[in-house]
Design a protein around this ligand. Structure first.
Ligand code: SOE
Length: 389
């Protein structure tokens, strides 16, 4: 009999769906000792929360997050709310001795992220920051190849993460456009993922030179159902101010001497979830595009010169990371599965009471780099990440 672990899901929306799906599947495909129980879903709007909870199989709902976190029967607090409240929820969860699974970006400021990490360390709870793209089989396999030295010395990183869901000037002013609620625009939302991948695959960013740009300065106020990727269908003539950038481009110097760049935008027409990276080394190169998530492109400089070129590796073999838990080779997997991988690793960490990466300390490093980029754009100068205190 597997031990039951009661989950409290804080929030719903796009991420709530992904998490609910993954909690349901994790112990069916992965060998974990626990059976997650979808115990309670917190939401601010009772009607919408009930609708969501019934659809996804949460046993109960609540509109009081503090009460939920402090319930004796809750083992894991899973945070999928807008970013501004991550810190308060995570600190409360740590104090209550709950393990924490938290969506990215970690928090809206470096200060808040530090507070989260300190609280989790003090309480000794397992804390995980969900930069899920690390757990795409092709990305984890790229990591293996880099660690085996297949690329040699790394010279360049390009992390490009583009979307287009807010290009319509009438897309409403959801929380994503408010600095105190989101921390930033695509810099926080998308480059946070790209920086996580860069740190995972090649190393720490030392300094950045960035330019942020806002194309649409005002937007209609949101209706009740406006959310990530969805305008919500209500038309509002009153407008409010956009407080974050619509695109952020930066040059990055890495501690290991590599030179790289990051681009993130919500104004890249036709790019839906174009999360890509390119890594160039002395022995070869790797490129990845999430919109083709089961594939990795590999160039090997040891191949005969006349036969050199990028080849496609289909990362679906039983021997590839994570892929073997699903289907036979060639039976591709999707976005939702990355959340299952994260939960499988998280539950293993809980079982052994071990740390898992990325965690709130990784969050600190990422948010610090994002703040360095914001400062660089504001002051029009190169900023060392260590300047952010
Ligand atoms: C919206 O840009 C979003 O949902 C991000 O917040 C996620 O982190 C990304 O994986 C998909 O797009």
């Amino acid at each position: 009999m597997k031990k039951k672990l009661n989950i409290a899901l804080m929030g719903s929306g796009f991420m709530g769906k992904a998490h609910s799906y993954a909690w349901t599947l994790v112990n069916k495909f992965f060998d974990v000792d626990y059976e997650p129980v979808l115990k309670v879903n917190f939401g601010t709007d009772e009607e919408l929360t009930r609708e969501f909870a019934e659809k996804w199989g949460w046993e109960e709902i609540s509109t009081n997050w503090e009460e939920v976190i402090n319930r004796d029967d809750i083992d894991i607090v899973d945070i999928v709310t807008p970013t501004y409240i991550h810190k308060d929820m995570a600190v409360a969860a740590a104090k209550a001795g709950k393990h924490i699974f938290c969506e990215k970006p970690c928090a809206v400021t470096y200060d808040q992220t530090r507070e989260m990490a300190e609280a989790a360390d003090k309480a000794g709870v397992v804390n995980y920051l969900n930069h899920n793209y690390r757990r795409v089989p092709a990305v984890a396999f790229a990591k293996q190849m880099i660690e085996e030295g297949k690329l040699g010395t790394i010279y360049h990183w390009r992390g490009v993460y583009l979307q287009d869901w807010v290009m319509d000037p009438n897309f409403p002013l959801t929380w994503h456009f408010k600095k105190d609620l989101a921390g930033g625009g695509p810099l926080f939302d998308l480059s946070s993922h790209a920086i996580d991948l860069a740190r995972y695959l090649i190393g720490e960013v030392k300094a950045v030179t960035a330019v942020n740009k806002t194309f649409i300065e005002e937007r209609p106020l949101p209706g009740q159902r406006a959310a990530t990727f969805s305008a919500g269908g209500e038309v509002n003539s009153e407008k409010g101010k956009v407080e974050v950038e619509d695109a952020s481009f930066m040059i990055a110097e890495f501690e290991n001497g590599a030179l790289g760049s990051f681009e993130s935008s919500r104004f890249a027409a036709g790019r839906k979830n174009y999360n890509t990276f390119e890594v160039y080394g002395s022995k070869g190169a790797l490129t990845f595009n999430f919109e083709r998530m089961n594939e990795l492109q590999y160039l090997n400089l040891d191949d005969p010169a006349d036969e050199q070129g990028y080849k496609t590796i289909l990362v679906t073999n039983m021997t590839h990371p994570y892929a073997g838990a699903w289907w036979a080779a060639g039976h591709v997997i999707g976005y939702e599965n990355t959340f299952v991988h994260a939960m499988a690793d998280f539950l293993k960490a809980v079982e052994k009471n071990e740390t898992i990466e990325p965690n709130f300390h990784d969050g600190e490093k990422i948010i610090r780099t994002l703040e360095a980029a914001a400062l660089s754009s504001e002051e029009k100068r190169r900023v060392e990440v260590s300047e952010i205190k």
